[in-house]
Design a protein around this ligand. Sequence first.
Ligand SMILES: [Zn+2]
Ligand SMILES: [Zn+2]
Length: 745
Amino acid sequence: MSAKPNYDPQAIEAARQESWEGRGDFAAPQLGDGGERVYVKPSSPFTSGNLHMGHVRDYSIGDSYARFRRGRGDSVLFGFGFDAFGLPAELAAIERQVPPAEWVEECGERMLGQMKRLGFSFDYDRIFYSSDERQYRWSQWLFITLLEHDLIYRADATVDWCDTCQTTLASIQVEDGRCWRCHNEVRLIRRPTWFLRITPYLEENDRNIELLEQSGRWDELSLATQRYILGRSDGVELDLGGDGRSLTAFTTHPRFAGLASFVLLSPRHPEVDAWATDPAAREELERMRSGGWDRSARDARSVPLVDTGNSIAGPGGEQLPVVVSPIVDARYGPTAALGIPAVDAADRDLAERLDRVEVPAAPEGEGEGPAPAPVESAGEATRYRANDFSISRQRAWGCPIPIVLCEECGPVPVPEEDLPVVLPRDLQPTGEGNPLAERPDFVDVECPKCGAGARRETDTLDCHFDALWLWVPAAVPPEDRDEQMFTHPELREWLPSERLVAGNDSGGFVFDQRVVTKALRDIGPFEFMGEGEPFAGCLFHEMVIADGRKMSKHLGNVVNPDELVAQHGADTVRMAVLYAAGPAKTLNWSDGAVRFASRFLRSLWIYSHDRLATFDGLAHDPEAAADTEHMRDRLRKWCENGLARITEDVEQLQVHKAIRNITRLFERIQDFEKRVAQRRGQLDRADAEAQLAALVLLARTLVPFVPHIAEELLVDLGVEDSAEALERWPEEAEIPVSPSPSPAP
Ligand SMILES: [Zn+2]
Ligand SMILES: [Zn+2]
């Protein structure tokens, strides 16, 4: 066996990647292959042109887990697609004056190259782009399906509008009330917008959080985001009125409901217009509705507040002023709530702004407060802050909404057989106007219902809508996606995904994906997913920062994964990212982690090859071997304990702990040799055999994290060079304690 003293990551990694690709190691197994089916779903990246360190973190965690499950004999699907529509790609295309489709393709290819260079074991044949018309045909199908089941509706919404550019603007395109492009002042307009109705599924999403928690496969961070987005409040509701008018109002202060001194209505409350009868109040309400209040609806001292001038009889018969404010939405959703300034700080702030409401004296000190005043007729109630949201945008780079607007028939869905409605491939947005609306070849169409001349909807779907089902396509073989995207037999095998691994800013996506899964279960295609949950497990990780701050070009602290890989190799970068912080912690990037990983891998490489090189020259002396048997036995125990710990760590995706335990095991293996040498001057062949077996075990546990060097080491240590032999996760530590019966001469 030849010694390979130098660790050359670039050469090793290129060679390993070539053999993975050549053998097709990461293709999702065929149906009928043995083992549990495990679909590991990483986040779907935007086609931004470059992997950033957050991606490296995300995919390094997901890849470790996917490789670990493969090593245990499970059938693993590790696949994803690009979230390729949306504003970032559109803005990049405007800047470069290329069609967004071209830009997206260029970015995707570049990012896939980076992923392969990092050794991520995706099934690359299953990669897809949400902006591919074979893909978005199904976004359009989903739109029509949800529309048919009343889960999509059209209503007016407020949007920013630039008169100069003749276009609506996304909120990130408005800076200090001015247009990002022309710097003129922006105004708010009302226009028809498509909404996704999620409210019918809020209660079930809420109930299921407990199930997800009990499964033990959802980490705390991901559960916390689901609770936060749901925004559940528990309290009581009571019916007010009695003088011909009525209103049901909610409060989270059941013991003090009798102390209410006003009623707060959401501007989206279904009865709000009946209360705002006074012309001045009506005008104010209109202003509030078109005032973009979503941005400042939390501070009770500045939030818009309109007194309707009307009142309603409270629980004790007293007249309670009815006021309107979006603060209700920010706290409890589009409902009515009791204002109880005696016990609620925000209500107190509001009361100070209302002429008709007396502000009660503030409680003197701790424990001092008003006497309880519960209302007997009140019943327990729950409110959710989560609410329907808009899914259409006036943007060029998005999935066309499959709707024809007919003067006679109104909005008419495009028949399924006419899908996809194709976005013109040469569309070139400029930032001015709506380029789709200016394309007669796109706009002018016959009404599918009455045949009269009509116009296509020129709004497109927000990329959040594409994301509602981005976890589905990887589970369907590419050649069957045209026909069977939502009906393919493999869906039943892979879904729900065993684990989603994503950044903790994905909570909103996940919440809405959970809603849509339930809708598709009730509608039919996903009836096999009884609980309506797309992810059986979920791991959210925090972001990667540098120098204690978010990475940004402006701060000049952006860490470039390509440079790191070129300098240190993919394994070192992967290990550094995994080791530097547990998934739930923000990773503050430092060169220290890279130095640590680099040192560890290099020393493991050199150490193992040195031991291999000297092994052949070692003699076996039964007496010497007997004298160190207890030491080999101790090494075996260390290996057993280490393996048990590492296995448990990876099962729970606590990859930083797994790596820490691997580095400790390496220290033990070195320690074993030192102690034997201290006792006897040198190793017996039996000791060296045990030590090499321990190094094989160590390399096996490293395969999921640093697959290139680990596999190369295994091959050098005598393991067969095949996927089955190299990927196998060790069930037990096979460390020979008694000398081999017939040592090699
Ligand atoms: Zn403008
Ligand atoms: Zn018509």
